[in-house]
Structures are given as structure tokens and as C-alpha cells.
Write a protein that binds this ligand. Sequence first.
Ligand code: PLP
Ligand code: SF4
Length: 473
Amino acid sequence: MASAENVPTPEKPTKAHAAPPAERTARPPVDASALEHRNLRGGEFWREIPAFANVSEEEFLDYKWQMKNSLYGEDKLLELMDGLAPKAFVDDVLRGFHLAPMAVRVTPYLFSLIDWNDPLHDPIRTQFIPVASRLTMDHPMLTLDSLHEQADAPVAGLTHRYHDKALFLPLDTCPVYCRFCTRSYAIGVDTDVVEKVSLKVSPKRWEEAFAYIESRPELEDIVISGGDAYNLAFKHIEAIGMRLLAIPHIRRIRFATKGLAVMPMKILSDERWLDAVTRVAEHGRKVHKQVCIHTHFNNPNEITEISRRATNTLFERGITVRNQTVLQRGVNDSQETMRLLVKRLGEVNVEAYYVYQHDMVQGVEDLRTSLQTNLDIEKFVRGSTAGFNTPTFVVDAPGGGGKREAHSYEHYDRETGVSVYSAPSVKPGQLFTYFDPLHSLSDAARADWKDADKREQMVQDALLAARNHQGQR
Ligand SMILES: *Cc1c(COP(=O)(O)O)cnc(C)c1O
Ligand code: SF4
């Protein structure tokens, strides 16, 4: 495993940096905490989990072992938490299980990164394992496919919302299931509370998507998502990648996978998959088209020395990796945590691309933050590192407006929590509303949202204010 030797130490001042003239202010020495992003977790940390105490490094770094031991189903989870988590917490998880819209699936790697001394507040636990005590009422304006991905889909599993780019969903499974998934309408198995739309691996369905892409000369950019491209067989990675690169007007493709964040072992041990991605990327370079990986780290604790080995491997193969983060309460909604995440992504050569305001998703209201939190964090993070490693903070406007820069609202009423966006190049003339979670509002505003008439009035007032604001320009 990579060790501290790989961690660059800050340069010591030499004679060449002579004492500054009196009129220049001396920069105070750097505090160790400011270099925390270089301090990645290494060693055999998984052995602290009783069930993994005898797992060797070789085994732990084998993606097949990680997949085989990915935990789903409450029996397995209970078994692992036995002797590790307090009884009250385990009961809380059991109740959470039956109330959640997503099935639970988490890798041994992630499970080992959870701080089991305080699982309730752990950012990784928060993302993957629901607890009943934290669940709160959904906002009354919330719907299951809040982004209208299905309404903007000309063929099943292809969303064409923006002019020159489309989102292709070749499958509906993932190596883990995230509680906050925007696509909980499709991803994973049916749960007690949601029956899913089906998007199975199907080369026949894919061909319909490719035919549509061929018929639309304006399309230049395809996101291959899912589900998760990690779960595509290597031959499907190559078939889809090469098929898309062969379409003359396609200039850019990206494989979207959370895998790098939840199971970096695949990059280190699934040679056929890695080689398939590499061949697509190399072919892309030959025909002057971009092939990238987009991944999904949300908290600095998810970036370890194992992640570094995986991102180094991709870097050596010339594959650009970008990151999309979802802003989540208790996971990364503090300024310091987000700055640390952004700096740590830079440390492992991953470009921080987006931070998304949490979508309006059923059953995870506890994870949403107000828009104001997003705006404040953005202000804090910008300026802390290279501009190209600084993410754009966006709101994916409910109703199909697409991603909007968070500060670009037409109107934001901090009392009712209603923000209004427009998207002139996506849906000209329309306005889109986003709603802060009820837990971020005052008691009075919360009471108003319970009243159907007042609810309608609050929305209409916000839309009117937005139109007036637009009219003034
Ligand atoms: C996010 C997204 C894309 C890609 O958008 P970028 O801003 O280029 O990352 C394409 N289509 C849909 C439907 C999307 O949600
Ligand atoms: S990996 Fe992505 S698509 Fe899969 S459950 Fe998580 S957020 Fe959803």
C-alpha cells in the first residue's frame, strides 16, 4: 500500500527566499491542518471490523471479494454490526430499512470506513444506511422523478434535455445503492415503498438509443450512466464506447460511475474492464474525441490511499476523471468539509466538476439543505485552490430545467424557502422552482406549507417576483 513517502512535504524556505523587505508582510508559517487533504487513510483499516479482522490485503483489494461481500439484506447487515454498533443504533437501522425507497447495498470497503464509535453521525453511514430516527416528512412539492428524466426521454433510457448532450442509461444496477439517488424511480430492486421502472441490460434497447442519437445531428456529447458503468461487462463497455465514437457528430463521451469512490479495487484488479475503458479512451484520442470518467465522491473520508492507487492508475493511462458531489446535510454541508473534499480530489488528480444542490427525492428529506447553505459553501470554497479544480455549485431545476448555477436564481425567498430559476437555452420562457427542506424553515413557514391554499400562494408569489425581476432587466 502507498505510504507516507508519497506525500509531498512543503518546500523548506532556502537562502534564495531571502528575508522579505520590511514593507512586505511575512506570510505566517502554514498550519498543519491546512495540509490535511494530503493525509489519506492507509494501512489495513478494515481489520478493525470484527468480520474482516482476518481479511488479507490481497483479498481486500480484490474487486471480486468486494462484490461477493457487498452487503445487502438486513440479516447480513445485522451480522456485521453485531458487537460493533450500539443496540439502539441497530434497532434504528432495522426500522429505517422498511421506510426507505432504496434497497441497501454497501461495499465492505465503505463499511470499514464508517466510524463505528459514532455511526449515527458518520457521513458514510448517512449516505448508505437509513435510520428511522433521522427520517423526516417529505416536502409537499416533491415528486418521485423530480427531474422529469422520463418526460424528456425520446426512447427508454435516453434523456435528451439539453441541446447538444444526452444522458444514456444502459442499465439500472449499481455497485452500491445511495439513499439519495435521484433515479430511485428506477435504480435497484423494488422496496416496501417504491415499485421501479425497469432499465435492464439490453443491447436491443441500446440500439434504439444509438439510432436516435444518429438521427439527431446536434448531439455531440453522451453521458453513459445508469445505474453505474462499473456494472457493465467489459465487452459492453467497449461495444457502447466504440459504437458512440463511430457516430460522426459525437465529440465527447463520459462513463459515469460511482465505483471509483465505493470500490476502487475494480480499477486495481479487474484488468479486462480497465483495459476496455483504456482501449475506448485510446481510440477516442486517435479520432480526436474525448473519453472521460465522471465519478462521485461526497466526503473526504471516502478518499483513501487505495483511492489514490486507483486514480494514479487512471492518470497513468491518460484518462481524465472528474467528480460530481451531492451536497448533503451531515455529509458535506460544512464549509471546512467541502473545502477538504475539493482539495483532496485535487490531491488525487480528480477534477472537482460539480456540487449539486440535493434533488427533491422521496424519503431523504433529512439529507437536503437549504439553497442558502449551498451559496455560503460556494463562497467559502472558491479561492482555496486552482480554478479548474473548483466545482461549479448547481441546482438541477426540478421539472426539467437542467443544471443552473446556484447563484443565478431569478428570485429566492429565504422565509418560504422557494427559489426560482430560468433556463433560456434549455426551456426558454419557463420558470422552475426549487424548495428548501421544511426542517430548514421557521415554524411559521413550516405551518404555512401544511396549508394547501397558502402553499399555492407562496409558489405564485415567488413566480411573480421572479417575473418582475426578469422584467426589470
Ligand atoms: C447532467 C446532465 C447532462 C450532462 O450535463 P453537463 O452539464 O455537461 O455535465 C446531460 N443530460 C442530462 C439529462 C443531465 O442531467
Ligand atoms: S451509484 Fe449513482 S445511480 Fe447508483 S444508486 Fe448511487 S447515486 Fe444512484
